[in-house]
Write a protein that binds this ligand. Structure first.
Ligand code: SAH
Length: 218
């Protein structure tokens, strides 16, 4: 992925490098850090000034939604343990930033968003970047995307109050599901679930704070 400097001025590149250095305090994967270094985050938050776009914190993207904190994007991408051959399902496209990062780390990405205007915007930015292996779908994450299943990896970037069974069903044997689970204002845990012989092995990466995964208007 090569971008024209019109879209990615030296100023943005410099801020992005500084951000990647900061994220590297918590994220060890070279591939993930490289991907964060290549995706021009400012294009996903066009209304925000550069220092907002490249701060290590969430940024508002409209519709009461936020683009996640870069360190959290890094940790979730790392937890997915991608090698470049995987098909990934993301729930919660939002700005499309996390999907773009995944597009550089995996073979194919389907990303599902419930707010129509966000899908339109994310599709446009991803197309501008030439990320043709990332496909934006309009729909409800609680149902997943049965037509694309099984997926090697599933990642959820909104917090469901309980584990969505459809996403477990759509995960391939040996596959990984990374998601925050918990109440909107209470204790959300970032979980890594691995499917083996129909059972789920579970690892808890700690407390997090995500916007809720809303129930079915989609
Ligand atoms: N990954 C995004 C940030 C996600 S914010 C990024 O990189 O910018 C969470 C997103 O999940 C919001 O856009 C919200 O609209 C979406 N969402 C919430 N509930 C959903 C559901 N049931 N199905 C699909 N998307 C949902």
């Amino acid at each position: 992925m090569e971008l024209s400097t019109e879209w990615d001025p030296p100023e943005a590149r410099a801020r992005r490098q500084a951000l990647v250095r900061q994220v590297s305090e918590e994220v060890g994967s070279r591939d993930v850090l490289d991907a964060l270094g290549r995706v021009p985050r400012h294009l996903f938050v066009p209304a925000a000034p550069l220092d907002e776009a490249y701060g290590d914190h969430p940024v508002a993207i409209g519709f009461d939604q936020t683009i996640s904190q870069p360190t959290v994007v890094g940790l979730m991408s790392e937890a997915l343990a991608l090698t470049g051959t995987e098909r990934v399902l993301e729930i919660g496209t939002g700005s499309g930033y996390q999907a773009a990062v995944l597009g550089l780390l995996a073979k194919e990405v389907d990303t599902l968003e419930i707010v129509p205007d966000l899908t339109t915007r994310a599709r446009r930015v991803l197309a501008e970047l030439g990320l043709s292996n990332v496909h934006v779908h309009l729909g409800d994450g609680w149902a997943g995307l049965p037509e694309g299943a099984p997926y090697d990896r599933v990642v959820v970037t909104a917090a469901p109050d309980e584990l969505p069974q459809a996403l477990v069903d759509q995960l391939a044997e040996g596959g990984r599901l990374v998601l925050p689970v918990g109440p909107q204002k209470g204790d959300q845990r970032l979980l890594v679930l691995e499917k083996h012989g129909g059972a789920l092995r579970r690892r808890d990466l700690g407390g997090v704070r995500f916007v809720p995964m809303v129930h079915g208007q989609g």
